[in-house]
Design a protein around this ligand. Sequence first.
Ligand SMILES: [Fe+2]
Length: 252
Amino acid sequence: MLVDIHNHILPGLDDGPESLKEALLLAENAVANGITHVIATPHHLSEKYRNSALEVKEAVAGFYRELSQRNIHLKILPGQEIHLSANILEELEKDPFTLANSGKYLLIELPNSYIPANTLDVIYKIQLKGYTPIIVHPERNKILRKNKQLLYEYVCKGVLIQITASSLLGLNGRSFRKYTKELIKHNLVHFISSDAHHYIKRPFQLTKAFESIKRDFSESHVNYYCENANHIVYGTEIQPLLPIGFKNYYYL
Ligand SMILES: [Fe+2]
């Protein structure tokens, strides 16, 4: 079992595939990466996109039928990538929906250029509701790139972190590769996933990412990331490695 917990594989919902044909090609790319389960996570509460629980579930059922008819063996599970918007708590109250119906895990996206002032407070309130927030691609956030110790503090407060396979592979620039490797070294990464959007421009890349982790770190790191993703499908508790802080950190 190999699970990808963050991608935009469903056609026509967001900036992922524009057509069913493109989505099927992306699904074939997932299978070629050895992926067996994909948690589809269209954007939600972002400036451009809203995808309610019902809409995502219907889209997943429809897409899974298309895959089955073509004998593409890929299990699709529902999810969302939720932007940390001002009304996130209200929305979670109205339309509660977790990754793979785990009843527990949520993918949370921060803005790229700043961190909203009340972020820790909102995260705490999300946790009080019984959810475990997973912050996606911290490498894309300008503040977290400068201040790794802040990310360490989030992890100490029970936040989980997902980095993107292409960042680790250096496909988004050398600085992203260096940063994501540094996070792995400090046990601040819990999931590696694709954030796949397109079968050519932004494909799955998981095989290559795991090969690079095996080479640069160890096979047990690969197993750790794979097992953590399985926990989301089963709705079970992950056992995070003890995070390691940074000695010479920089506070804003
Ligand atoms: Fe995404």
